[in-house]
Write a protein that binds this ligand. Sequence first.
Ligand code: FAD
Ligand code: NAI
Length: 484
Amino acid sequence: MTEETPQILDVAVIGAGPGGYTAAIRAAQLGLRTACIDDWTTTDGQPAPGGTCTNVGCIPSKALLQSSEYFDHAAHGLGEHGVVCAPPTLDLGRMMARKDAVVRQTNDGIRYLFRKNKIEFLAGRATLRRRTDAPAGPGDCVVEVAVEPGGRVLRARNVILATGSSPRPLPGIAFDERRILSNRGALALDAVPQRLGIIGAGVIGLELGSVWRRLGAQVTVLEALPQFLGIADEQIAREALKAFRKQGLDVRLGVQIGAVEAGDAGVSVAYRGGDGDAMLACDRLVVAIGRVPNSGGWGADAVGLTIDARGFVAVDEDCRTNLAGVWAIGDLVRGPMLAHKAEDEGVAVAERIAGKAGHADLARIPSVVYTDPEIAWVGQTEAQLRAAGRAVRVGTFPFSANGRARAAGNAVGLVKILADETTDEILGVHILGAGASELIAEAVTAMAFRASSEDLARTCHAHPTRSEALREAALAVDRRALNF
Ligand code: FAD
Ligand code: NAI
């Protein structure tokens, strides 16, 4: 490594996913001298900032969800509108090329933002080491970057760790991205598998299972827990499962996975379910059983960083690690593994470094599953509130009673609002239905301002829109829904 003695940076950010690149932009906006290092490359070795989210997560999955939804509509959904067309044919190569182009455009956009904000972007792998020639304190962690030629050594008063997460494999079953797929392989298949197996009915299993089912695969999802989508409100999860099964997604709950064998002919998965021992034979198997933080391999131990029992870098509520001047954000630390959570933490940390009162509201982070119907929620579920002894009033409103949803021909689902029985403060909003990912923003804003259900009920909503279902659910909290 070439040791440089440059002007000391204010901030070195490791990782240019949504957490890291957003932190770098905010730091630079606040006048801090900032560098961001990232090691993601395209298959032909080009730097590809944007992390999991841009390269193999949020962006490509949403591109394929959109494309496959068009295909599904053309095949099944248009006839009732009087649009009669020949059964569509699939050009998967073109669909994938479009998805790849959207990803590249996003990589380029992030590089443009680095240039615009005068952030030094270094494409390479960073490791941390401790300066031995200085007393412990801010700036004593040195970031070494493996860039050609010769490497670089950066010294910064603050280091923001944003190294993200990786897919968790089944014990003893490595991802080969040919038969045993992580999200990376499942987003890049070159043919629609006839039989696709998925282990884990979580967010990835449901979203990517939907993509490949729409494109013609027979999809079977094996889930360990007896309850479907345990992180969502029970009533919403129940309705969602009904809708997914009606579409043909074969979801099997409460299974215990046994031996998994992959060969040229396909993959076999032995499992035990409600009906005893069974075997799933499939052409490809997606393993989507959660993700693990990338907390190893870059010097966390060498600098004495505290890692918690689950492998996350331990941080306080302000994302401070145990080392002075070293911060950690995003998938690398506790909390939901979501891009917008990583972004909010990145902004808050940059502001704290600049001496401002940065704030990330972890209690009001929206969650979205981009299936059809979409599932979105913010705040607590009914079961969580009741378990905590909170007295709540519940208002629900079905999209089948919403004019816009009926006109569009997609009226599956409902809005559910939970409000405190005494104060009427909204404590949770849960939506199942088309457009839920956009509708939830109103609920997040309302809850950020600690609105009551009465506040929402008295707010004028344009007609006809799906958002009226939110207002009606708020009215239903007080048993005065108008259209149901
Ligand atoms: P990451 O995005 O993982 O970025 C970390 C970066 O750091 C990577 O580029 C990595 O290569 C780099 N890095 C690691 N170590 C080093 C090192 N030592 N030196 C240099 N660089 C390093 N979230 C949502 O909110 N909405 C969605 O719709 C959504 N869809 C998803 C779909 C899929 C299939 C997957 C897998 C995830 C999805 N997520 C979604 C989750 C989201 O991608 C993550 O929560 C988010 O990317 C976390 O951001 P991050 O900045 O913490 O880390
Ligand atoms: P997940 O945590 O959402 O779901 C994993 C599922 O696998 C759970 O239902 C779990 O019970 C099950 N499971 C675990 N071990 C199992 C086993 N041995 N056998 C069978 N089932 C098992 O994790 P997933 O889907 O891998 O996604 C990882 C993370 O990525 C998500 O938690 C989310 O934070 C993020 N993500 C977010 C998206 C979004 O915001 N729309 C989309 C995709 C991913």
